[in-house]
Design a protein around this ligand. Sequence first.
Ligand code: ATP
Ligand code: MG
Length: 640
Amino acid sequence: MSQEALSNLLRENRRFAPPADLAAQANVKESAYAEAADDRLGFWSRQAERLDWATPWTQVLDWSNAPFAKWFVGGELNIAYNCVDRHVEAGNGGRVAFHWEGEPGDTRTITYTELKDEVCKAANALTELGVTKGDRVAIYMPMIPETAVAMLACARIGATHSVVFGGFSVSALRSRIEDAQAKLVITADGGYRRGAPSALKPTVDQAVTDTVENVLVVRRTGQDVEWTDRDLWWHDVVDRQSAEHTAQPHEAEHPLFILYTSGTTGKPKGILHTTGGYLTQVAYTHWAVFDLKPETDVYWCTADVGWVTGHSYLVYGPLANGATSVMYEGTPDTPHKGRWWEIIEKYRVTVLYTAPTAIRTCMKWGDAIPAEFDLSSLRVLGSVGEPINPEAYVWYRERIGGGRIPVVDTWWQTETGAMMISPLPGVTHGKPGAAMRPLPGISADVVDGEANPVPDGSGGFLVLTEPWPSMARTIWGNPDRFVETYWSRWPGLYFAGDGAKKDEDGDLWMLGRVDDVMLVSGHNISTTEVESALVGHPRVAEAAVVGANDPVTGKAIAAFVIVRGEGEVDVEELRAHVGQTLGPIAKPKQVLIVPELPKTRSGKIVRRILQDIAEGREIGDATTLADAGVMDSIKKALDI
Ligand code: ATP
Ligand code: MG
């Protein structure tokens, strides 16, 4: 990273102190960092005690076969029991687990007692279908309560689930069914998206392979479906089961789920997570980072369940903590662009967890929309998925948070299983655009090419220096690729693929992927910086920047821009704006105005596809895009 670019980011010097009332009542205090640093394993051992174990562990961490970790060795527990039954046994069965909101406006309220009955029935149904401990089950569902029930039922009987995002194509679904050799697929006729039923079952029909014995189908939309001998309706098989089911404990290292990475940078990797360490860290971080008060908070994570955020912070973390959550089926602009804010007003949501892409989209729609709703119930705002630009952070804080409440920017990955680097809302000063510091019990650093920690005020590679409970255990079926991909660059260090910077206070700023740093005329410029500069212009809603090969400059910066507001935009003015903000070297050579950007299901821009466009190539693998139609509208706008 060039010095001039670094000093530019460092010029972002707005600071927001934690609100006094929140700080006074906060779940976690500053002292947690020192306690965890003094005795990291003792710290995680205490966090594991938030859970109910059938058999206590004898060893906190076995790292003798690094990088294949074993946490809480000898311990046994049941995840579904921890997420559901124990809250009922503690007298909280009447508490709402999910306020579910269907896109067409239908709703369901599910208490912990009701959730327990449903999970037990589904577990009995899976057993009747011959699914046993260790089998794999693929889940290809819309955002409906049965999706969480299906995941928990699998966890209860020890079947390993592989959730596949409901927007994925036949080939993406088939390759995941094949890779896991799934015995059962759980799906629905369809779900509601953008005001209309969107079919799922036909995709499953084409994707099933020989290992699949049955397809269990939830009726959600009532649309016509083709039927074969393999297919069973959920309501026929699950509803008639007994609501009694005794949860057997599973070993701490029993495989809980396989989940594929988003595929932003290439072929998705099937990440394996296990039981005890995973639940420990998701429960702890959900409680600490959102300052969760389960009796009074109404928590809403907008992530799709097909993404790791949906696993850890829509299903497992909140339920382990006995939280009340909102689950919403549809898109944020159906039937109107204020739908999210209406949901917050309706359920008095206190904690909102979403992604920068969604925040920027709402910015583009205009301040007037959220202003129509009462958002005063909110007390913590979270962000995840990509670096949040300072402008988006400040908009989120001001327009959604009323300027009163903290924003926590949480850095983590499918591979880390749970949050790793984030502010704590009652402790940390907020800096727009900074993820700040590793959470208590987590050890991270920024290093140079020789693995030496960089001094404050410099950038480098983000590494994790000690194992953590919710770490990936392997890549499913491919342990060599696990070692090669994450652990081979420097001995003993996990390298995440992301760049980061330490500011003068030693706080961490995420700079996106190291592959996204462009070498332009001998200067390193990160795509994130140029994007942030563009989004800082009042007419730019979203920007994606790539380095296109250029015979003269090495890389030439190409910017794809979505415009905000009415009327023509002067492309020269945008180029000049970047030049003024970051220096002339960072001025994009091309600025292309587009209606949409190609994104993964988690909202990340797939830059390699834009690079194909900028370099005039055939467009590469687009199977992990959340919406395949986007490429057509971009091509149309650019006339290619
Ligand atoms: P693939 O690994 O297949 O290319 P992916 O990395 O996009 O896909 P995920 O595991 O969903 O798959 O995303 C993790 C990545 O998201 C991180 O490595 C980082 O680049 C980015 N990210 C997540 N949260 C943040 C954040 N708060 N700030 C900056 N970047 C973030
Ligand atoms: Mg990744």
